[in-house]
Structures are given as structure tokens and as C-alpha cells.
Write a protein that binds this ligand. Structure first.
Ligand code: CA
Length: 243
């Protein structure tokens, strides 16, 4: 179960939130951080999705239609589902917090919250699960600090735009596998592929240049007719703080 993700697939999050505005805000933010996000709008849908899909983490609002967050948690834990859960609670509701933690939530966040804090808590929660979400990604002389969005190549800082960074992180997380232009356009631009092909090629060319010309060419290879591949190394998974 874990192996697949360590090989570099993106982290999958189930977001359970019935307020469209909040759901959209969190979903967008998480996608920008390279998470894959599914949204459930009520407690029943949440349980169905949690049981059928494989998620690395769940962000769970407590006040939900059909079945509330506490019921969802109780059901999950009663069925041995150990997905890490970050609960969203209403302001100052101590009783809710305590109950959620007692029912098996791993952490909580009080609404209204800053996205930055949600992200930090989610990452901490994923790290506690093992190495599913390494802070530092490495591949072929590249080092990406995912908390700072900073990149070095052969020890040199590389300045990237947000888009370039997203594309590179996606390639690194999927290193050793072909990443198609369709995957890139959906993941990084959230657009259909048709209009994007040229944009992607131009961006990849820029990335290669920034990653040091000749050696950069070798890092991101073109797979004719389908997309790109960043050659994998075995140093992809890094324990934060490890030597
Ligand atoms: Ca709600």
C-alpha cells in the first residue's frame, strides 16, 4: 500500500467540507502544493469515498449534512480505517475538539484558519505516518525543499517561477515514470490538454535551461509522442533531519 506512494505518486487527500467556498479554497491550495484532492460534501459521501478510495489523509469538517464528522470518524475507526484525520472545528468549541480527538482524530484546526497552517498540520500528520511526504525531494543532483519551494541543482540555487516549480516537483515525484503532457496540463494548469501542448513544451525548455544546459537536458528526457521522464534515482525518499 505504501510502496506505490514512495515511488513518487502524489499524496491523495479526501477533503470533507459542505461549504463550497471553503472546499474550493482548500482544494485549490492543496493542488498547488501537488496534492491530489477529492471533495466529499456530506458525511455519507465521505464514508463511501474513504472506503472505496485509498487516501493518505483526510481533512474533515465536523458540521456536515447527513452524518456529522464525529459519526464519520467513529465509523472509520470502528472499521479499522487508520487514515490520518485533520478535523476542522468551529471556533472555540472545546467539547468538539476533545470529542474528535477521543474518537480518533489525529489533529484539529479551528475555523477560520489560514491555509498555511492547514498545510503545515497536514504535512506534520503525513510525516508522522512515515515517509509518505518527505520534506526534501532529490533526483539526479536536484534538491527540492517542498516547504520553502526552493530548488538547488548540483548545489547551486535555481530560481523558478511558481509554474516551473510545480512542473519540476511533479516530475520529481513521478521520477522514473513517463509524465504525459495530459497529466501535466491537468495537474499543474487544471486545463484540458488541447490548448496546452505548446505551453508545456516551452516551459520544459526553460526548465532545462535553468537546470544547467547540457546536464539539464539529460535530467528531463523527452519521450517522443507522449511526454517527459525525469530519470529516477534511489535517493528520492529523504528522512527529514537524516544525515
Ligand atoms: Ca460544515
Amino acid at each position: 500500500m505504501k510502496d506505490e506512494r514512495v515511488e513518487g505518486l502524489t499524496v491523495r487527500v479526501l477533503l470533507v467540507e459542505d461549504e463550497p467556498r471553503v472546499a474550493q479554497f482548500v482544494r485549490r491550495g492543496l493542488r498547488e502544493e501537488q496534492f491530489t484532492v477529492d471533495v466529499a460534501q456530506d458525511g455519507e459521501e465521505a464514508l463511501f469515498m474513504a472506503e472505496t478510495g485509498e487516501y493518505d489523509a483526510m481533512v474533515l469538517d465536523l458540521r456536515l449534512p447527513k452524518r456529522d464528522g464525529i459519526e464519520v470518524l467513529t465509523h472509520l475507526r470502528a472499521h479499522q480505517n487508520k487514515v490520518p484525520v485533520l478535523v476542522l472545528t468551529a471556533k472555540d468549541d472545546l467539547k468538539d475538539k476533545v470529542e474528535a480527538l477521543n474518537k480518533g482524530a489525529d489533529d484539529y484546526l479551528v475555523k477560520p484558519f489560514k491555509f498555511e497552517e492547514l498545510l503545515a498540520r497536514l504535512r506534520a500528520l503525513l510525516r508522522r505516518q512515515g515517509e509518505l511526504y518527505p520534506l526534501v525531494l532529490r533526483a539526479g543532483g536536484l534538491e527540492m525543499d517542498t516547504s520553502k519551494h526552493s530548488v538547488t541543482h548540483a548545489g547551486q540555487m535555481v530560481q523558478l517561477t511558481t509554474r516551473e516549480y510545480s512542473v519540476l516537483e511533479f516530475l520529481v515525484r513521478n521520477q522514473g515514470k513517463v509524465v504525459t503532457r495530459t497529466m501535466l496540463s491537468e495537474h499543474v494548469w487544471e486545463h484540458d490538454f488541447d490548448s496546452m501542448s505548446n505551453v508545456i513544451d516551452v516551459l520544459i525548455a526553460r526548465l532545462r535551461k535553468k537546470l544547467g544546459g547540457d546536464s539539464g537536458d539529460g535530467l528531463i528526457r523527452t519521450v517522443r509522442g507522449s511526454g517527459y521522464i525525469l530519470e529516477g534515482t534511489d535517493e528520492h525518499v529523504d528522512r527529514p533531519g537524516a544525515p
